[in-house]
Design a protein around this ligand. Structure first.
Ligand SMILES: Nc1ncnc2c1ncn2[C@@H]1O[C@H](COP(=O)(O)OP(=O)(O)O)[C@@H](O)[C@H]1O
Ligand SMILES: [Mg+2]
Length: 357
């Protein structure tokens, strides 16, 4: 398996800038996620790596070889698309064998390789079945197997499980991660699902309109988002934002909420947005010292935890409380905000002023 690299790479289609100045290094044996909303350039990065399109600018390196002049076959990368497209008239086993048959390998060698890959993927009992008789997850596994038989330099996966139902997606996430660990593959995995990216990746690149905004481990992206854009995209329920003004000395005042807090290390003054994750807010008895006055607006008990919507001034904030606390709608409470758990972003540019600490 190999390291993949894009250096200062750009690609436009007519006037549409698909990706711009991409600097990206995917390490050998890394499970790397490209995450971003639709049309942010994720698929274009895979197509550039694969050699389906040429960059307007920049270099692409696989292993330690520049590959811009090589065709897709020479690059030996395997692509797994969302649209699985197994051949319907072939058994799972014949589907698995197909890339090797196409490459005219010897029959015995093909058989041995198919058996080996089927065992790794736990699909040996499915080999004689037709795709129509396989479940969605089984078909997915066969499709992955078909990419695996060739022993490519790396795998590129474009939203490979997005079409599956929620339970199957969770199963496949674990399966893919386990597989990657066992087989030491380099995987570049595209998704627009933040939970999927967080749960599956060694590192994530967050994209916006053709550019990479932040690269980091899931923990880095979650705990230290470098912009409001990244903070908004990652986490469910999403981070709370309170618009307001930063004054000298790190004093933040909310605009639509009676919210005033001092953030150590927050420098400058002007429009700012305070950001805090639902699990970093606490609900206490009304009138307690040092908090913010709030009222219970809605309660969503989810078993292990409860999402409590509280109204503060003109705004609703989400609090994630452990267990199943009991509240009455309209009840007055005290919202506890720990300044160390708050991020502060610039009110206009969304750039980071201060992280949580
Ligand atoms: N073959 C193409 N022709 C014209 N525009 C394209 C083509 N492929 C992608 N684009 C445009 O490039 C941008 C990025 O697309 P894409 O990489 O597919 O995004 P994503 O995979 O994140 O949804 C989009 O605006 C898309 O419309
Ligand atoms: Mg895409």
């Amino acid at each position: 398996m190999a390291q993949l690299e894009l250096r200062n790479t750009s690609k436009s289609y007519g006037k549409t800038v698909a990706v711009k100045d991409i600097e990206l290094v995917v390490e050998d044996n890394e499970f790397f996620c490209i995450f971003g909303p639709p049309s942010s350039g994720k698929t274009t990065i895979l197509r550039l790596l694969l050699g389906l399109v040429a960059p307007d600018e920049g270099e692409i390196i696989i292993g330690d070889e520049p590959v811009v002049d090589q065709g897709p076959k020479e690059r030996n990368l395997a692509m797994v698309f969302q649209n699985l497209a197994l051949f319907p008239h072939m058994t799972a086993g014949q589907n698995l064998a197909f890339p090797l048959v196409e490459r005219k390998l010897e029959k015995a060698a093909i058989k041995a390789r198919v058996v080996e890959v089927a065992e790794t993927l736990h699909i040996t009992p499915l080999l004689d079945k037709m795709p129509a008789h396989l479940s969605g997850g089984e078909r997915q596994r066969v499709a992955i197997g078909r990419a695996l038989v060739r022993d490519p330099a790396a795998f590129l996966m474009d939203e490979p499980i997005a079409a599956l139902d929620a339970r199957l997606r969770e199963e496949m996430r674990v399966e893919l991660k386990r597989l990657q660990r066992e087989l030491h593959h380099t995987i570049v995995y595209v998704t627009h699902d933040q939970e999927e990216a967080m749960s599956i990746a060694d590192r994530i690149a967050v994209m916006e309109e053709g550019e990479i905004r932040q690269v980091g481990t899931p923990a880095e992206i979650y705990n230290l988002p470098n912009s409001r854009y990244v903070a908004e995209l990652i986490g469910a329920p999403p981070m709370n934002f309170v618009d307001g003004t930063l004054a000298n000395g790190g004093r933040f005042e909310g605009r639509d909420v009676p919210f005033s807090i001092t953030l150590e290390g927050a420098e400058g003054e002007g429009p700012a947005a305070l950001a805090v994750r639902p699990e970093d807010l606490g609900i206490g008895a009304a009138g307690a010292n040092g908090g913010v006055e709030a009222a219970i607006y809605e309660v969503e008990p989810l078993g292990a935890f409860t999402i409590v919507d509280v109204s503060v001034g003109e705004q609703i904030l989400k609090v994630q409380a452990p267990g199943q606390p009991q509240f009455t709608l309209g009840e007055r409470v005290n919202l506890a905000v720990d300044p160390d758990r708050c991020h502060l972003f610039h009110g206009e540019t969304g750039e980071l002023i201060r992280s949580a600490r």
